[in-house]
Design a protein around this ligand. Sequence first.
Ligand code: C2E
Ligand code: MG
Ligand code: MG
Length: 719
Amino acid sequence: MPLRGTQLYLEIDAGVIHDKDGRLIAVVETLRDMTLRQSAESRLRTMFESSPDPVWIIEDDRFVECNDAAVSILGYSSKGEFLNTHPSQLSPPVQPDGEDSFTKAQRMLSLAREKGLHRFEWVHTRANGANFTAEVTLSSIDLGGRQAIYCAWRDISDRKRAEEALRLYAKVFENSGEAILITDRDNRIVAVNNALVRDTGYTQEDLLGKDPRVLSSHKTPPETYRAMWAALNESGYWQGELWDLRKDGVTYPKWAAISAVSDEKGGRTNYIASFTDISDRKAAEAKIDHLAHHDALTGLFNRYNLESRLGQSLLAARRETGLMAVMFIDLDRFKVINDTLGHHVGDLLLVEVARRLGDCVRESDIVARLGGDEFVVALTSLASDMDAVTIAAKILAALGRPCTVEGKVLHTTPSIGISLFPANGDDSDTLMKNADTAMYYAKEKGRNNFQFFSPAMTAAASERMELERDMLGALAAGEYELHYQPQVCTKDGHVVGVEALIRWRHPERGLIPPMKFIPIAEETGVIEAIGSWVLEEACRQQARWREEGFGKLRMAVNLSAYQLRSPTLLTQVRAAMEANGIGPDELELEVTESAAMEDPERAIGRLKALRDMGVGLAIDDFGTGYSSLAYLKLLPIDTLKLDRAFVRDIETDENDAAISAATLALARNLGLKVVAEGVETEAQRAFLAKHDCDLLQGYLFGKPELAAVWTERWQALKR
Ligand code: C2E
Ligand code: MG
Ligand code: MG
């Protein structure tokens, strides 16, 4: 029962009652309490009216009701303006799918009636004529027994635009010619585009979830990556060159631009990197660089690059106190060839000359063409000034060979001028100028030769060349002779053996010591023949002394590095011994430390084989090379020859005394015998005796002499 004073909504049904004459006699009223129902309806109406989303009621395909939001969003001033209109009247004539608005609206409404609920997109027109896309939801409702449609909609233009933009971005991403890679905040790859797949050879699956590092090669310097991350952290952007590795293992350079993407709060969400393969650009750059620095005809360095290279090499040579040589090379009679046979033939000849020059020098040397028929060769690391002679001779021979160009045999010879660093100049200008001057000396001397800037050097060089030339005939002419120097037992001073030392009795120059011609013989290979003669001659002499009744004298013979490399060494030694009846314990071969170290594996093999024949082996000049005790232990030797340099200063230099003493101790430890070289004084002898040196050799006991001298001396002793 409602309380007194509260409001009631009543529904009244009134019926009139008439009498038979038609007069009103009563009114019957039925009252129904509608309070509850009325409040529900008003709440609904309030909701309908105040909804921020536009809402319509459609009955019989016409708008019959709408809320204020619908009015304002469509841009009208009152509901009256479009109530009772058909939905298609508030739309463009045709919808984006091509269906005309009226038919489509009818279709949508009947779908809603059928299914009870239907949602779709619809393009509406505002009062001002502008179109927009709405997402429309139609629900079928019962309005007091009549079927109606409740239509709610929302302007989704912004969302549409965003979707459209996203689609566009995706297209750009996919179709970009640049390779693009996107990573998440942890730098894991979340997307790569087609161009990246194409450029790297990896598939999407290979890369997604990985660190972009999988693409990198070791060619990119670590500093580049450090700089990249520093820039990304600092400014969110970096660009630069990276070297990457394709899936097929090929490295390639790429230009990378990387941006960090942040959210509103400034936290990193992604990194976007775009790359362009710059292999082609790099190749083009390299080509341009080559053209700028090289002579177009021959591919050699040009003058500009020669100067910078020479400058660099000189810097290095100064730092390492190295020796260098600069050669100016001018082709003799080139002008004649050019003028008579034409430039084309001249050019081809120059190309051939360039090729031959390249063959004469090492990779690290510089070969340049200054223009015309002028070439420059810079030898960058010489062991000795004389090495320049070897190369100059090689160039003379190489360029002097006839050259066939287009069926014509051409003869040209070079004139070479040489300046030496540091002897003839400290900078490239001076060295070039002096080499040029020397080249004119060569022209004056009648071409087809080389001249040094300093005449003394030229004299030394020509001596060397003459020796080299004469050496070939010297063996046949019997100009070599062996001198013998005794080795004596430290304890009692009796002669145990002799060392054979070669000399060259030159018809014009007189007696030449081995150090003057053995190195040349080594370089030219003549040592092979000389060495085998020494072996035979030493063994022959040994046999003679035995026949003459001097008993067993051990013979020491020096081997050069070249001989140690020679595969015929073993047969040579065996033949010499057999031919002269020399027992294995009567021969000792001396090898210098540096020769044994040149190719230790092979040397060890060779020496072992000799040792197996019973031949004694000694390390000569011990202590002067890069003595490696580890190797020394591996070498199958029985004797160390303590170098003269130590023995000489034993009395005055504590260091040398210590080294000599240590060597003797070491040798004893390794079970080796020691021969001290160059013993000249009684004090030296005493020192060596005190430290248990086994054998002594030196002027104190006898200089190297011809065999006949010793025979006579020993015979005199016997008498
Ligand atoms: P080496 O084998 O160390 O020979 C010892 C050198 O010291 C010899 O010089 C000898 O004359 C010299 N000598 C000996 N005792 C004394 C001394 O008391 N005082 C001084 N100042 N010198 C002394 P040589 O004969 O001029 O030989 C020099 C080098 O030439 C030898 O050094 C050896 O390495 C090499 N050689 C000599 N003959 C041959 C050979 O037939 N074949 C090869 N491959 N090299 C040889
Ligand atoms: Mg020797
Ligand atoms: Mg020696």
